[in-house]
Ligand binder design. Structure first.
Ligand SMILES: *Cc1c(COP(=O)(O)O)cnc(C)c1O
Length: 499
């Protein structure tokens, strides 16, 4: 199976090359030229498999350059060996009869990013070998909080790689910041930027596509790659858990084999929900994909109107991993819905770069509306949802998951759609203790200290905090640099010793 660029149809490369390179030189994203189809027998076969074997079954359909044995070794390294707490990496739990929650945060950094970033280092180093790349791979990451830590943890001390993470200085939770600034490992670097996530992401994309920087790195034996969801190797492992969730829901008798489900995803960069769309295109029975946003509701408007407009107020919310106005992976969706017409994508993204807006054709807008439902909620509604869910169902969720629950409940009220649904839960509530505690106590938090809040939340809910977060208490930050968004390339040189 070959991969092409959303902005240049003449690009035709292998999966290994797409994963090693991360992003196309034309600024486009790599996408598979065709989408593999599965049948009912495939779905049935997943029933009796564990997560590792489910991963092998799905990944091999896209990653033909890898043998089944290789993929099995990677999946075992990523999801086996006690890296994920609990008996399965991505369990579907029922908060009540209708609320099926796919918990994606039982990995080492307590966010769903681990589902992909635990396996990406294997895919990336394996890919580099296959295409005879002997340069050291430098992973450059822009993070809204969770990707940074998950990537650092995935790549730390992985031979032949180095990793540099940029995060918005005021755009992450105290726990997320501490997780990153205390990161261990000899091949890691972390720097805050004065700006928001979009600034960080644009800066990283600009560095990736700057020929002068690329040449300087190459001279010194380095090449860049990406661990953001612009990298195909990050996206493809995320398809797996939607298949896994379906198999689990069939086992739990939440849905009959072959019948459709709805999938609800709290969305920022559009990566997680795009993975669900790929699953649907492959043949997973999915009715609606429900895209949930916070006050940064650029995607809600786009899905409803076909008009994408990033020229709006940027809100810093209590669901910071969704504080995004440029949702990179939407480009992949639009490419597919435009039947792979790269000229359409070039003109849309030229318009976005120039005016901050684009409008898709009526035909594409109609397809988007048929596939997706969308909604958003503000911080107040997010908190009310956390409190109500805990009070009424005894289920404790984080702020991002609460956005999804709220949007799903509004969708239900509006449509009466009785299709069984699964909601992607993307982080442990303990990554956002202050906001969650605030929600449960009507704002009367007693402490200012992050770890006192963790403790208070445990006392209040009797839900134990993950050990990997608790153990950060008292650790001294290693990385305290802050730079301007214009200084990011300088920072990269410095961190690589090339300044
Ligand atoms: C990254 C993240 C999201 C958004 O996921 P996208 O793939 O960017 O849409 C949602 N919730 C949490 C907790 C995250 O870390």
């Amino acid at each position: 199976m070959l991969y092409t660029s959303t902005r240049n149809h003449e690009v035709k490369i292998s999966a290994a090359e797409a994963i090693t390179r991360g992003i196309s030189e034309d600024g486009g994203l790599f996408v598979p030229v065709s989408i593999p189809a599965i049948d009912r027998a495939f779905l049935e076969s997943l029933q009796n498999k564990d997560y590792i074997e489910r991963a092998v079954s799905v990944l091999r359909l896209f990653l033909e350059d890898f043998s089944e044995e290789e993929l099995r070794r990677y999946a075992q390294g990523a999801y086996g060996g006690g890296k994920f707490s609990g008996s399965v990496p991505a369990p579907v739990v029922s908060a009540d009869e209708h609320l099926n929650i796919l918990e994606l945060w039982h990995g080492p950094t307590c966010a769903f990013k681990d589902m992909a970033l635990q396996i990406l280092p294997y895919l990336l180093t394996g890919s580099a070998k296959k295409i005879n790349n002997h340069n050291k791979i430098i992973i450059l990451v822009a993070t809204s909080g969770d990707t940074g830590k998950a990537a650092l943890e995935g790549f730390r001390d992985v031979e032949g790689t180095g990793i540099l993470v940029f995060y918005p200085v005021d755009g992450v939770s105290p726990m997320q910041k501490l997780q990153m600034t205390t990161q261990k490992g000899d091949n890691v670097g972390v720097c805050a930027i004065r700006g928001n996530f979009d600034d960080a992401q644009s800066g990283v994309k600009a560095i990736f596509t700057d020929p002068a920087i690329k040449e300087k790195l190459l001279k010194n034996g380095y090449v860049f790659s990406s661990a953001n969801s612009i990298n195909w190797g990050r996206l493809v492992p995320q398809i797996v858990y939607y298949f896994s969730a379906y198999a689990d829901m069939v086992s739990q008798k939440k849905v009959a084999m072959g019948d459709p489900i709805n999938i609800v995803v709290p969305t920022g960069n559009f990566g997680n929900i795009l993975a669900a769309y790929y699953a649907k295109r492959m043949g997973l029975p999915v009715n609606k994909l429900i895209c949930a946003s916070n006050a940064n509701n650029v995607l809600t408007e786009f899905i409803e109107t076909g008009f994408y407009d990033r020229n709006r107020k940027f809100y810093t919310t209590i669901s910071p991993s969704m504080d995004i106005l440029i949702s990179s992976n939407l480009e992949r969706l639009l490419f597919m819905l435009s039947d792979g017409d790269d000229s359409v994508i070039r003109s849309l993204y030229a318009s976005l770069a120039e005016n901050g807006t684009f409008r898709v054709s009526d035909a594409v807008a109609a397809k988007v509306k048929e596939l997706f439902a969308a909604g958003y909620c503000d911080d107040q509604a997010t908190k009310e949802t956390i409190a109500r869910l805990f009070r009424e169902k005894g289920y404790l969720c984080d702020t991002h998951t609460a956005v999804a629950v709220h949007v799903y409940e509004s969708y239900l009220q509006k449509t009466g759609d009785q299709t069984p649904a699964v909601i992607a839960s993307t982080a442990s509530p303990y990554k956002f203790s202050a906001s969650v505690l605030d929600a449960l106590t009507d704002g009367s938090i007693r402490s200012e200290d992050e770890f006192s809040m963790v403790h208070e939340l445990e006392e209040k809910t009797k839900v134990p905090a993950p050990e990997q977060l608790r153990s950060l208490r008292g650790q001294t930050p290693r990385f305290t640099d802050v730079c301007d968004k214009t200084e990011m390339s300088e920072k990269v040189y410095q961190m690589l010793g090339l300044a």
